[in-house]
Design a protein around this ligand. Structure first.
Ligand SMILES: [Zn+2]
Length: 396
């Protein structure tokens, strides 16, 4: 048994039924809804001091607060990414402190590695030989890498507009790839038609309960890096929502354990050309409506019908945060601004965190005493052409 004994069960978000993790490895067997891992926090026997002595690097340091034992994880030491202070940005915006949580430093250059480490661990534990997912690109690269490490075959369904780099690296890791004409929803459809027929283990966001679990570690690291205090606000570029949902769940459990005093306000940052979560948040809705005509340069988060829409709306609402959308030009300008004022390379897509933060400052939602964390979900190199095009459009 390699499961963390503090895991209580998997509980369905939709119907409320609970399952033994050995019996449910994908969506809810009763209704097809999303399963979430629940923990018996009273059974977690760990202290904040203990983490400092952990010999494991990366997310395995926090295995007491994850579903699997450290020795079991399919890991490349993802996580333990830097929290980079950006004092000039804080001055410019008039907020207390600004940090970039630089997820571009992960093994495949994105925050997806945190989730995929857990997703592939769970797939291997379940005896899967093949894993599959629809992806805008970068999650497919991560899946191909972790599947390769675990000795599994991976199958990524990507829209034709996915970046060359992501498609190339899926191949480099030996992953099988179906490039689907059209946009992300076409790739989702092609995936759905194939995955059940082939009997592949799904790594689609929220179809596996475990990608979300891997993203808890971002909240754990933020708290530890801030000397066991929660930041005031976390601004998270949001597509399907699995990263933000996991981060919020991790933050909530840390507060329940008494490791931190409070949870950060979590904000979903989206591009104005595809912002179903922002639209739903502003309407006070509990679920997202599919975005009719997605149109943003931020292909990585152009997700018109996010699987985690309802969960993200819950999470940001509970945290006292919200959702913010900015137009592409502001997104790219913000990414360039951070690169030029702080030296930190944001992925173009992750520019939404910086432009979103600026918008929140203008609205008065972030203030002079606030510690603000921008999550850089993707290495700047991955979308360098988009940032360069932006400069060229300005005649630079
Ligand atoms: Zn259910």
């Amino acid at each position: 048994m390699t499961r963390n004994p503090a895991v209580r069960d998997l509980t369905c978000r939709d119907c409320g039924d609970s399952f033994d993790p050995a019996d449910a490895t994908g969506p809810c067997p009763a209704c097809g809804g999303h399963l979430a891992v629940t923990y018996d926090l009273d059974a977690v026997d760990v202290s904040t001091e203990a983490f400092a002595d952990r010999r494991y690097e990366g997310i395995a340091r926090y295995a007491d607060l994850l579903p699997f034992a450290a020795e079991t994880l399919v890991t490349m030491r993802e996580g333990t990414t830097p929290l980079v202070p950006c004092p000039d940005l804080a001055d410019e915006w008039g907020v207390g402190e600004v940090y970039v949580k630089d997820e571009g430093r992960n093994p495949t250059g994105s925050v997806a590695d945190r989730g995929m480490a857990l997703g592939v661990t769970a797939a291997a534990e379940a005896g899967a030989e093949d894993v599959a997912l629809p992806t805008t690109g970068i999650e497919g690269q991560a899946a191909a890498a972790y599947a390769a490490r675990a000795g599994l075959d991976s199958h990524s369904f990507v829209p034709s507009r996915a970046t060359f780099d992501a498609k190339a690296m899926i191949n480099v890791h030996g992953g099988d790839m179906s490039v689907v004409g059209g946009r992300y929803e076409d790739a989702v459809e092609a995936f759905a038609e194939t995955v059940a027929e082939e009997g592949w283990h799904s790594l689609a966001a929220f179809e596996t309960p475990y990608r979300r679990e891997g993203h808890r570690t971002l909240a754990y690291e933020l708290a530890e890096q801030l000397d066991w205090a929660a930041p005031d606000a976390v601004i998270y570029p949001t597509g399907e929502g699995v990263g933000l949902a996991g981060t919020a769940a991790g933050a909530r459990d840390l507060a329940e354990l008494g490791f931190v005093d409070e949870v950060p306000e979590c904000y979903a940052a989206q591009a104005a050309g595809c912002a179903p979560i922002v639209e739903a948040f502003e309407a006070g809705a509990t679920e997202t409506e599919p975005w009719e005509t997605p149109d943003t340069i931020c292909g990585g988060i152009e997700i018109p019908d996010p699987a985690g829409g309802a969960e993200v709306l819950d999470a940001v609402g509970e945290s006292g945060g919200g959702a913010v959308a900015t137009v592409d030009r502001d997104v790219l300008e913000a990414a360039v601004d951070v690169a030029q004022s702080a030296g930190v390379e944001l992925g173009a897509t992750a520019g939404v965190a910086a432009s979103g933060a600026r918008e929140l400052v203008e609205r008065g939602e972030l203030g002079a005493d606030d510690t603000v964390v921008l999550v850089n979900t993707l290495t700047g190199n991955a979308e360098a052409d988009v940032l360069r095009s932006h400069l060229m459009s300005k005649g630079i």
